[in-house]
Design a protein around this ligand. Structure first.
Ligand SMILES: Nc1ncnc2c1ncn2[C@@H]1O[C@H](COP(=O)(O)OP(=O)(O)O)[C@@H](O)[C@H]1O
Ligand SMILES: [Mg+2]
Length: 469
């Protein structure tokens, strides 16, 4: 039985980024908000997530979405790429505290063994913003420390600072741990809002899925807690801002840049799908850049363990696969469709089915399935997109016999050395101009701050609905 669910908005506005520096230098040690120096035991988590979908009522029309406001403007000539804001650092970021191996470069994605020799203008601009460190190659394996996400944090453990992002049920704050002075991001969800929007099960799933995953390109959740009004999720603070902001500033990404981000997303999807987790909300707003320019996928609000088939309508209109729009049962291949939309948006600056911003029009276009590929799209990219953005599930890449390997082996990704990418041993094309480790939120948009105080005690009619927080 198809059930209706919940749709998120696609952002519309430009991001110019802000320049605020928030806090003094903090000690740099990996670890949880409370115990900075010790590795913690991360028990292996067995998911009990059910495949039964929630029966949420929300309609296509009431959950209106806005599409990107920017059609590509003036030129379809790739030679204009280097002039785009994308490659232009906006501040002089120093000092860098990281001992990064990353000399910004997309070239070693293309020429893995010859990485620093053929920088084009992108890298030259990036070099101007950040001194090279002598090309020290240090792979960064996924942190092996073990996490206890059931950490008993309270609001008193953190000094709440500015808002980093807002969402449907609350907001995400930059916070500083009072114990180790490190900075974290805390997602605050209003229980009443979650209940009203019938997102109780999705919110519990979000917590459970995040606890379960551990991957270099996925956000780390350290713990959760609640008070009478709100739920709190403590995550690593990803300093470089949203890919969305970078994309809007750049208008569109050059082929190799889109390929780099798409490849990191592909590895993350490969990992999630291997655990039978569908992500269901792929879009540039949910892709954050770390201080080195690598991606972290955040927002597991729709992630769910689904071994086979599910029905809930949820996601963001521009990114919905036709089988979701048509309220058919669907499987993890909806994420591969969304990857196609993401790659298209990165290469073009707009989504393929966007049409004046009306969700209904977007749905019609998705069901019609006609995609117009601009002439500047590389033929290999177009071939991949045609194989991802296809309604025919027996043809959609990622859903065939070899699964995600078919995507990874597609000619568009031919230059990608996946093992090195997984180790973050491929330099990112853009290194965000942030001061690492000091709570620099300059890459995030500014939002009006919350007026209602957190940490209230009192009547809590919804507390029992969130036993894991
Ligand atoms: N760990 C994080 N570090 C920095 N910013 C974050 C983090 N998680 C979320 N954000 C910011 O907050 C925004 C909203 O968070 P998200 O989890 O996507 O909420 P929603 O489910 O409402 O979309 C994100 O788009 C991003 O800008
Ligand atoms: Mg989001």
């Amino acid at each position: 039985m198809p059930t209706l669910g919940f749709l998120k908005k696609k952002r519309t506005k430009d991001s110019t980024g802000s320049r605020e520096l928030d806090s003094p230098t903090s000690p740099i040690k990996d670890g949880s908000p409370i115990t900075p120096t010790s590795s913690k035991n991360r028990g292996s988590v067995i998911s009990k997530a059910s495949t039964k979908e929630d029966a949420h009522a929300a309609s296509h029309s009431t959950q209106a979405s806005k599409a990107p406001s920017h059609k590509p403007a003036d030129s379809m000539n790739p030679s204009t790429y280097p002039q785009q804001a994308y490659a232009t650092p906006q501040s002089s970021p120093e000092p860098y505290q990281q001992t990064s191996h990353n000399v910004p470069s997309i070239q070693n994605l293309i020429h893995p063994s010859n990485n620093q020799s053929t920088n084009h203008q992108y890298q030259n601009q990036q070099h101007a913003s950040k001194p090279a460190n002598g090309g020290v190659q240090q792979s960064q394996p996924a942190p092996q420390q073990v996490r206890v996400t059931k950490g008993k944090y309270t609001l008193g453990d953190f000094a709440i600072q500015r808002t980093l992002g807002t969402g449907s049920f609350g907001r995400v704050h930059l916070v500083q741990s009072k114990h180790n002075q490190r900075f974290y991001a805390v997602k605050v969800l209003k229980k009443a809002q979650v209940v009203k929007m019938k997102q109780v099960e999705h919110t519990n799933d979000e917590r459970r899925m995040l606890q379960q995953v551990k991957h270099p390109f996925l956000i780390t959740l350290w713990g959760t807690f609640q008070d009478s009004k709100n739920l709190y999720m403590v995550m690593d603070f990803v300093e470089g801002g949203e890919l969305f902001s970078l994309l809007r500033k750049s208008q569109r990404f050059p082929n190799p840049v889109a390929k780099f981000y798409a490849a990191e997303v592909t590895l993350a999807l490969d990992y999630l799908h291997a655990q039978n987790i569908i992500y269901r909300d792929l879009k540039p707003e949910n892709l954050l850049l770390d201080r080195h320019g690598h991606l972290k996928i955040t927002d597991f609000g729709f992630a769910k363990e689904v071994p086979d088939i599910t029905w809930t309508l949820c996601g963001t209109p521009d990114y919905l696969a036709p089988e979701v729009v048509a309220s058919k049962g669907y499987n993890k291949s909806v994420d591969w469709w969304s990857l196609g939309i993401l790659i298209f948006e990165m290469l073009c600056g707009f989504t393929p089915f966007w049409d004046g911003g009306s969700p209904m029009k977007i749905y019609e276009n998705i069901l019609k399935g006609r995609v117009k590929y601009p002439p500047y799209i590389h033929p290999d990219a177009q071939d991949l997109l045609q194989k991802l953005i296809t309604p025919d599930l027996t043809k959609r890449l990622g859903n065939l016999h070899a699964g995600s390997k078919d995507v990874m082996n597609h000619p568009w990704f031919a230059e990608v050395t996946w093992e090195r990418l997984q180790k973050k041993d491929i330099d990112a094309p853009y290194v965000p101009p942030v001061r690492a480790g000091v709570g620099d939120a300059s890459q995030f948009d500014k939002y009006p701050e919350e007026t209602e105080a957190y940490g209230q005690s009192g009547e809590d009619p919804h507390g029992h609905l969130f036993p894991d927080f």
